[in-house]
Design a protein around this ligand. Structure first.
Ligand SMILES: Cc1cc2nc3c(=O)[nH]c(=O)nc-3n(C[C@H](O)[C@H](O)[C@H](O)COP(=O)(O)OP(=O)(O)OC[C@H]3O[C@@H](n4cnc5c(N)ncnc54)[C@H](O)[C@@H]3O)c2cc1C
Length: 279
């Protein structure tokens, strides 16, 4: 299928992007890497009168580090995140998760901000942002906002983004004492995850402190498993987080995997992740 006809604009400044999005309201869509939006237009599950291509706004691209945070620009490609020395040093969870995103050709074009805006519940970056306690930075004609990732993902492909708002980047607090592990199960390498976990903790005397477990594929949005985190806190890795995870996650059955199986797989991954953190 082909996409319905749309107009196309490639602004050269953030002010121009904001003006266009404000003027055209919900009939305009931001185009970043196009790896989700273009197939959605072609399949006619998304529509737009105007595509606002932000790929020319260089200030949205790249990774930078300050004294206490790492910033990933919205237009930074998945591949750039995967290969960034700053990311490997300051937020290794992202470097661990990146190879699980699709294939290299898609990672070369798809962007960090595009994945956060899309909010696919099976995507890697949104779950990582929860585990990393990241903040999503936005801009619109009305001004700038900083939204904690833990308040950003509202439901299935649904976020706190307001009409006319553009994600400019994501800020991640530096956590030098933490270890991180990213695990996921997918049917084939490069497929979206059936279920996955982004895990972080400090390890002191064989026990886990400040445990963070964020799941992808565990419900209609990326989910922080607060009951499981509480159960694991201050202890050596637990053998079974099943009851806690049943309170945290509501996986959706798909054609191949029942909700019950996904919950079981989440427990297996959580157990492996905690053991790896402590190991
Ligand atoms: C075959 C295939 C397999 C894939 N597998 C995976 C996978 O395993 N894991 C995974 O996470 N993803 C996967 N993807 C999706 C891919 O990661 C996309 O790159 C990503 O989801 C969207 O990024 P994009 O830059 O391509 O955004 P686009 O497709 O350009 O846009 C996606 C949506 O976000 C909006 N948007 C984009 N940027 C911004 C911004 N800065 N501010 C506000 N709104 C914005 C757009 O308007 C649109 O609604 C796959 C894609 C394909 C085609």
């Amino acid at each position: 299928m082909k996409a319905p006809a749309f107009a196309y604009a490639k602004p050269r400044s953030l002010a121009e992007v904001c003006a266009l999005l404000d003027e055209r309201g919900e009939t305009a869509r931001v185009l970043a890497g196009g790896q989700s939006l273009v197939p959605m237009l072609n399949l006619r599950v998304a529509a737009a009168d105007l595509l606002v291509d932000i790929s020319g706004i260089e200030s949205l691209r790249g990774v930078s580090v300050t004294a206490d945070r790492l910033c990933v620009g919205a237009l930074t490609s998945h591949r750039e995140v995967e290969q960034s020395a700053e990311v490997a040093r300051h937020a290794p969870l992202l470097a661990q998760a990146a190879p699980h995103i699709a294939h290299v050709a898609i990672r070369n074009s798809g962007t960090f901000g595009g994945s956060i805006a899309l909010a696919d519940p099976a995507a890697e970056w949104p779950a990582c942002c929860l585990a990393l306690d990241a903040t999503i930075l936005t801009i619109s004609k009305a001004g700038k906002r900083s939204i904690p990732a833990r308040a950003f993902f509202k439901g299935l492909f649904s976020t706190d983004l307001r009409p006319g708002e553009l994600i400019t980047g994501v800020e991640i607090p530096l956590t030098p004492g933490h270890r991180s592990v990213f695990l996921e199960l997918s049917r084939r390498r490069g497929d979206y995850a059936i279920v996955g976990v982004a895990a972080m903790a400090k390890v002191q005397g064989g026990t886990l402190q400040d445990v963070r477990l964020a799941f992808l594929g565990g419900g209609d949005r990326p989910l922080l498993a607060v009951h499981a985190m509480k159960a694991a806190e201050g202890k050596p890795p637990l053998a079974d987080l099943g009851p806690a995870l049943a309170a945290d996650l509501s996986p959706m059955a798909d054609l191949d995997t029942s909700a019950r199986t996904k919950l079981h797989l989440a427990n297996v991954l959580a157990r492996r992740a905690l053991a790896a953190l402590a190991g």
